[in-house]
Design a protein around this ligand. Sequence first.
Ligand code: ATP
Ligand code: FE2
Length: 327
Amino acid sequence: MITLGIEGTAHTLGVGIVDSDHNVLANELDMFRPKNGGLHPREAANHHVDVVSRIMQQAFDVSGLKPKDIDVISFSMGPGLGPCLRVAATAARAFSCTMGIPIVGVNHCVAHVEIGRALCGCDDPALLYASGGNTQVIAFAEGRYRIFGETQDIGIGNMLDKLGRDLGMGFYAGPTFEKLAKEGKEYHELPYSVKGMDVAFSGLMTAALALQRKGVPLEDIALSVQETAYAMLTEVTERAMAHIGKDEVLLGGGVAQNMRLREMVREMAEARGAEMYCPDRRFCMDNGAMIAWLGSEMYESGVRMDIADTEINQRFRTDEVEVTWRS
Ligand code: ATP
Ligand code: FE2
């Protein structure tokens, strides 16, 4: 069975194709990068409209497949930005109706977990899902992926992007923080905000801007922000692992591309005698392959949707999904 998946929750329009044997046959994407300021949902959606046909064609070219070879189509139903979600959903519905094939809408956050599990070969991990809009510690319990801890204000990636913009780094600042932090020499203390298994970042943002006003070099600010924020994430992940008794930890989401975060989580896991897993960067960031992958698993486990069931859900929570494909 071959599944094509369309991702379109935020800045990335991605198209992936997978088969049922864990093979990714294509994973093409195009990311919208605003020239200045943050991500405007309407502008990102217009970008997705412009590129969706080309990216689908690219996925067919890379895989050597034709539209008639596709058995199931899936798309990101939420959570995300309404206008962006509607583009992916509309493209998927059109393909489903034209080709007469089943359609499955999937939860974007659960897709991040499932692609990691499939590609890393871990069985029952606690997942640290660290992306732009989401920061959650998730684990499977009693038929659903449950959120054990999460951010109380903004997602880690949005924090990095917003702070980066205020510090003059330009949009999509996560990788810039990583590069600058390597040159950092001195750590400056920043608010470390952990409450149980939850985290919050607004105090850290304000304090980091205050460091800039005091003339602290950008490299040191980047180092201090990374060390503090990633230590917070590592601590809540460890607490969740201890609480629910998991000895595997999986990283996912765009911020999981960060080598310092990976290093901290790996050290924590090793100290607990646990195993850390992290998929290749291309599968950490938003991508179509993970949407195709989850669509394929859901379809094979018996999930069926009519076009009328494919309405987008901007606030689609991870724990709303009934997990039918795991025992
Ligand atoms: P979601 O919809 O799941 O919340 P998203 O739309 O933000 O995700 P992702 O591709 O999962 O998209 O993540 C993008 C985020 O990852 C951005 O905020 C970006 O700054 C951050 N990021 C990318 N690379 C790095 C890196 N090397 N270090 C830290 N952050 C990074
Ligand atoms: Fe994502």
